[in-house]
Design a protein around this ligand. Structure first.
Ligand code: DHB
Length: 314
């Protein structure tokens, strides 16, 4: 038997593969297509206090090895979520992480406090890094003291796992990792999407209504690996690696550079069972190479640190 599980603040995840926020709805849309109980966990689409329609179309553009999105935090709102979506999630045998987005610190606190009163939520992932809204989003996530403050405030409101989802759109993600660790976060999700754009040369207009959007998919995997590696050099809290994971091999790269677990996102749009397949593939790798506990792979990459350029500014 290979040990695949890991624990975060007392919550046990049966394996190291979660599905990323915004790519799996609230778990119910895909229930005929995939056995979601084979996932380590589900991160819900970001929840805000009020329902949001999100940005006008066009909101999604395919790009080489990836996609751009500008959804604008469209979501059903926390009250509707509790009434209409949470009852189904409660029936599942997998960890449920509620992702929260907000345009003020008070709104983060209000949403989390309301969710705290409900049964069936195992932890929180805080989106301080949506690239597609004018208020909140990146204006929080690129401000280290704001990110620290949000973490500290939310920490006082919950004893459940508090995961801060960091943006790669900063100079040194390690500063943000340090700040949220000091403020009491239990883990960090690294990375959210990378700001990008695409242009329609015939209309001479941006393809996305909001001009720029968030780039995801295999195109960002090398960036994500470098950011996870950087963060892992400076914090001891667990890192959940995200960015272009399509296969078990991709996920294993993330573990080796220091991720304790991973999230599969964009791949779900091609195959909603991608996360389950990644978990199965990691188990096969472990069997084949005599790894008794996948945890042994976390940070196990041998690196030529003396040649690493990164070290000079950590
Ligand atoms: C949204 C898009 C993202 O790429 C992201 O990381 C978070 C939120 C959005 O527009 O809803």
């Amino acid at each position: 038997m290979i040990k695949e599980s890991f624990t975060l603040r007392g919550v046990e995840f049966k394996n190291r593969v979660l599905v990323a926020s915004g790519t799996f709805g609230y778990g119910n849309e895909v229930k005929e297509l995939v056995d979601v109980n084979k996932l380590g966990g589900i991160c819900t689409k970001s929840l805000s206090w009020k329902p949001r329609d999100g940005n006008p179309p066009r909101r999604i553009v395919e790009t080489p090895s990836g996609m751009l999105n500008s959804i604008g935090l469209a979501n059903v709102g926390v009250e509707y979520f509790i009434r209409e979506k949470l009852p189904y999630l409660r029936t599942l045998d997998t960890v449920i992480i509620a992702n929260i987005a907000a345009s003020s610190i008070q709104e983060y606190c209000d949403v989390l406090s309301l969710l705290e009163q409900q049964e069936g939520i195992d932890g929180y992932e805080i989106n301080v890094s949506c690239p597609n809204v004018k208020e909140g989003g990146l204006s929080f996530g690129t401000d280290c003291s704001k990110t620290r403050e949000i973490t500290a405030r939310l920490r006082t409101l919950t004893a459940k796992p508090l995961i801060m989802k960091l943006t790669p759109n900063v100079t040194h993600i390690s500063e943000f990792a340090r700040a949220v660790e000091e403020a009491g976060a239990d883990a960090i999700s690294v990375i959210n999407t990378v700001i990008g754009m695409a242009v329609d040369i015939y209309k001479k207009k941006p393809k996305l209504s909001t001009v720029t959007g968030g780039l995801s998919g295999p195109a960002i995997k090398p960036i994500a690996l470098a950011k996870v590696y950087e963060a892992a050099q400076v914090v001891s809290l667990p890192i959940i690696g995200i960015g272009g994971i399509m296969t078990a091999e991709d996920a294993l790269e993330f573990l080796l550079v220091g991720a304790t677990a991973v999230q599969v996102g964009t791949a779900n749009f091609i195959d909603p069972s991608a996360g389950v397949k990644v978990a199965e593939g990691m188990r096969s790798y472990a069997q084949r190479f005599g790894v008794s506990d996948l945890g042994q792979l976390v940070g196990a990459m041998e690196s030529n640190k003396e040649f690493s350029v990164l070290q000079s500014w950590l």
